[in-house]
Design a binder for this molecule. Structure first.
Ligand code: HAM
Length: 418
C-alpha cells in the first residue's frame, strides 16, 4: 500500500526555477503599482462567512458552491477568502479609512481559495494581485484602473491582450435588463442546457457567460444591457471609452460581459489572452459603488480589478533570461583546508561584490564539482586545491571565455570589481 501523502487536488507546489518567476512578478507588482500611488493592504486569510454572502451574492457560483467554509470550535462561521474585494471593503469600513483620506488606493497580492473544477489556469488555491480604489466616482478613475492593468501586462511583454469592456449600469437598470433577458430566453428554455435552465430562474445574466455554441447562437439576438442603462451611466461609460482612446488602449465592447459577482455596477472589464485556453481571463474587475454602503459603511464609490498570477505565468515567455538565476561564482575546493578558505572567500565576495556564490558541500571530486558548476551555468569557477594552498593563490576560470588565471588570495576581491 502506498500511503505517501500528496498535495490536495487543485493546489500546487512551486519549485526551483518557477519560484524565480513568482518572485519577479511579485516584485514588479510592488514597483509598478506604487508608481500609480497605490499602497499595499494585507487582510486575513479567513473571514466571517457572512461577509462573502453579503458582498459576492448568495446565488453566485462562488458563494453557492465554491467556498471553503467551516464552523470553528467557538461556533463561528468562517470562510477562506475566495477573493479580496470583500475583505478590503470590510477593512475600509472597520478602520474608517474614508475619514482618514478622501481617496484610498490600495493594492494586494494574496492567496485565494475556491472549490472549482481544476483545469489549466484554474486551481482551488490560486494567487491574485489586484487593486481597489475607494472614493472616486469619476470616469478618470475607471480609466486609471483599466490602464494600470493593461499597461502592467504590456510592461511584462505579454502580447495579444484583449480588453473587453461593458457597462451594466445601476442596480435598477440591471434588474430591468434581467427581466428583458429572461423574456427573451424563455421561448428557448427547452433548448438550453440544464445549467442554463437553472440559471434562467436564479440569475439569467450568468447565461451570457456560456461557452456552448448553440447557446451563444441564441444569445446573438438577445437584448444588450447597454440599451437598458440610464443616460448618466451611458455618459460615464462614453467618457471612460474616450479616456481609453486618448491613452491608446484598444478595447472591445462586449455586450455579454456582466461578470459573475453581484456587487458590480456601471463599468466592468476583463483582459484576455489566447495562450490561456478556455480560462482566458488574465484579470477582471469593475465598479462597485454600492458595496461599502451595503456592508454598513458610509456610501463610497469604488472600483478595482484582480488578476490571477498562475494565468499570467501561462501567458509569459519563461525563456526570458530574467527568469534564470545562475551563480556568478562556483568555488571548487579539494580537501578540508581548501573548504575553509572557500567559505571565507565566498562570504567576502557576497558581502563586498554582491555576487551569487556557491561553495562545495558534498566533498566531491574535482570532476564532479566541475560538472556541477557547468550544470548551474556558473559564470566563473574558482579552484582551490593542494597546489593553490601551497602558493596562497586560487585559479579563476571565466567559463564563457574558457580563460583562466592564478590570483593571490588577497587579490580575489579586486579581481571581481566591475
Ligand atoms: P474574478 O473574476 O473572480 O474577480 O477573479 C479575477 C481573476 O482571478 C481572474 O481573471 C483569474 O485570472 C483569477 N482567478 C479566478 N479564479 C481562479 C482560479 N480558480 N484559479 C486561478 N485563477 C483564478 C475577482 O476576484 C474580483 N474580486 C475582482 C475585482 C476586484 N473586482 C473589483 N475589484
Amino acid at each position: 500500500m502506498n500511503n505517501q501523502i500528496r498535495n490536495i487536488k487543485g493546489t500546487k507546489d512551486i519549485l526551483l526555477q518557477e519560484t524565480l518567476v513568482w518572485q519577479f512578478i511579485e516584485s514588479q507588482v510592488h514597483l509598478f503599482f506604487k508608481q500609480y500611488g497605490f499602497e499595499e493592504i494585507r487582510t486575513p486569510a479567513f473571514e466571517n462567512t457572512n461577509l462573502f454572502i453579503r458582498s459576492i451574492g448568495e446565488q453566485t457560483d462562488i458563494v453557492s458552491k465554491e467556498m471553503y467554509s467551516w464552523i470553528d470550535q467557538g461556533g463561528n462561521k468562517l470562510t477562506l477568502k475566495p477573493e479580496v474585494t470583500a475583505s478590503v471593503a470590510r477593512a475600509y469600513i472597520q478602520h474608517n479609512l474614508g475619514k482618514k483620506f478622501s481617496i484610498n488606493k490600495l493594492y494586494y497580492i494574496d492567496s485565494l481559495f475556491r472549490r472549482e473544477r481544476p483545469q489549466k489556469g484554474r486551481y482551488r488555491q490560486f494567487k491574485q494581485f489586484g487593486i481597489e480604489v475607494v472614493g472616486s466616482s469619476f470616469p478618470e478613475q475607471d480609466a486609471e484602473v483599466i490602464s494600470l492593468a493593461y499597461n502592467f501586462y504590456k510592461f511584462l511583454g505579454i502580447k495579444d491582450l484583449r480588453l473587453k469592456i461593458n457597462s451594466i449600469g445601476s442596480k435598477e437598470s440591471r434588474s430591468l435588463y434581467k427581466d428583458a433577458l429572461y423574456k427573451y430566453l424563455l421561448p428557448y428554455k427547452n433548448k438550453l442546457s440544464t445549467l442554463s435552465q437553472k440559471r434562467l430562474k436564479t440569475n439569467p445574466l450568468r447565461i451570457l457567460d456560456t461557452k456552448i455554441d448553440f447557446e451563444i447562437e441564441i444569445l446573438n439576438q438577445a437584448p444588450h444591457i447597454l440599451d437598458y442603462i440610464n443616460k448618466e451611466d451611458r455618459e460615464h461609460f462614453d467618457l471612460v471609452l474616450n479616456l481609453l482612446d486618448s491613452l491608446k488602449i484598444k478595447y472591445i465592447i462586449d455586450h455579454k460581459l456582466v461578470r459573475g459577482l453581484d456587487y458590480y455596477c456601471k463599468t466592468v472589464f476583463e483582459i484576455q489572452n489566447n495562450k490561456l485556453g478556455s480560462q482566458d481571463a488574465l484579470c477582471g474587475g469593475g465598479r462597485y459603488d454600492y458595496l461599502i454602503e451595503e456592508l454598513g459603511g458610509k456610501p463610497a464609490p469604488a472600483i478595482g480589478f484582480a488578476a490571477g498570477i498562475e494565468r499570467l505565468i501561462l501567458a509569459l515567455d519563461l525563456n526570458d533570461e530574467k527568469f534564470i538565476q545562475s551563480p556568478d561564482v562556483y568555488i571548487i575546493s579539494l580537501g578540508e583546508q581548501a573548504i575553509q578558505h572557500s567559505l571565507v572567500i565566498a562570504e567576502s565576495l557576497r558581502k563586498n561584490q554582491n555576487l551569487i556564490v556557491i561553495t562545495e558541500m558534498l566533498r566531491r571530486s574535482l570532476k564532479a564539482q566541475i560538472k556541477d558548476a557547468n550544470r548551474l551555468n556558473a559564470e566563473y569557477v574558482i579552484i582551490i586545491g593542494e597546489d593553490e594552498l601551497k602558493n596562497q593563490e586560487v585559479i579563476i576560470k571565466n567559463m564563457n571565455k574558457g580563460e583562466q588565471i592564478a590570483i593571490p588570495f588577497d587579490k580575489i576581491n579586486s579581481y571581481f570589481v566591475k
